[in-house]
Design a protein around this ligand. Structure first.
Ligand SMILES: NC(=O)c1ccc[n+]([C@@H]2O[C@H](COP(=O)([O-])OP(=O)(O)OC[C@H]3O[C@@H](n4cnc5c(N)ncnc54)[C@H](O)[C@@H]3O)[C@@H](O)[C@H]2O)c1
Length: 260
């Protein structure tokens, strides 16, 4: 299997895309450390990893707290016997609001999790890989919204643009350590996050629940919303040896929505 015996660390692993990534990496042969805000919400993902015949540990933690993330990566390396792949997946949509309505508090919250969380993930993973004396893969969630912004999603979008910048700079800085840094840019994935976005649009515009999601899905060339597994398959490629000659990129995996 592509990443047999490697150790992966997935943030935001309790549901949605993070859960699908953890499951897929386990099927590819990795043991997986699972981090989420609430540790008790990670049991289902742990069972999925174990059902694939791999080991999993669950860790409650907040990606916007650097020392907690550092402790979590150290614990994963100790308990799983190594550390090779960091998936900075945790992120939030934040409020659905026009640019003029973004408050300082909203800005700080979204950037704290989406940008600082990824920055800390890159820093902590790079330090651990250097200490272990081998290279590895650092991967981050971005979005179609990291390539093109959309009305009412300017705050989320600007946070994901920032993640692309971090990926590009870190890739160039960490190459000599044998570390590649890439991102994945999903489109419309049917997860808890989109339920929240849809609800946010309904509150703001009076649209019916489900109508905004439907409208966005209708714009997808391949004619359907993404599943978390569609994204996990691409992350599996980024985590494995087939992507060794790729760094600093954040490709779109969106069924055909945004063309770059
Ligand atoms: N769903 C989509 O359509 C979509 C599209 C593009 C990009 N993305 C990105 O993919 C990633 C995963 O999205 P999803 O749809 O699975 O979201 P989701 O809301 O379904 O799951 C996110 C998980 O992250 C956890 N989390 C949130 N804040 C955290 C924090 N501070 N520390 C640790 N864990 C935290 C949540 O508890 C949750 O389990 C996000 O970065 C998101 O921005 C999602």
């Amino acid at each position: 299997m592509a990443i047999d015996g490697k150790v992966a660390f997935v943030t935001g692993a309790a549901q949605g895309i993070g859960q699908a990534i953890a499951k897929r990496l386990a099927h590819d042969g990795a043991d997986v450390a699972l981090l989420d805000l609430r540790e008790d919400s990670l049991h289902e993902t742990k069972e999925l990893v174990e059902a694939a015949g791999r080991r999993a540990i669950t860790i409650g933690g907040d990606v916007s707290d650097k020392s907690s993330l550092e402790a979590a990566v150290n614990r994963a390396a100790d308990e799983l016997g190594g550390f090779d792949i960091m998936i900075n997946n945790a992120g939030i949509a934040g409020p659905i609001t026009p640019v003029r309505g973004i408050t300082e508090q909203d800005f700080d919250r979204v950037f704290s999790i989406n940008v600082k969380g990824v920055l800390f993930g890159i820093q902590v993973a790079a330090a651990k890989l250097e200490e272990l004396g081998h290279g590895g893969k650092i991967i981050a969630a971005t979005s179609i919204a990291a390539h093109e912004s959309f009305p009412m999603l300017g705050l989320y979008s600007s946070s994901k643009f920032a993640v692309r910048a971090l990926v590009q700079a870190a890739a160039q800085e960490l190459a000599t350590l044998g570390i590649t840094v890439n991102g994945y840019s999903p489109g419309i994935v049917g997860t808890g996050m989109w339920e929240e976005i849809d609800r946010g649009f309904a509150e703001l515009t009076g649209a019916e629940i489900g109508a905004t999601y439907k409208k966005y899905v209708e714009g997808i060339t391949l004619g359907r919303a993404s599943t978390p597994e569609d994204v996990a398959r691409f992350v599996s490629y980024l985590a494995g040896p087939d992507s060794d000659y790729m760094t600093g990129q954040t490709p779109l995996i969106d069924g055909g929505m945004v063309y770059r």
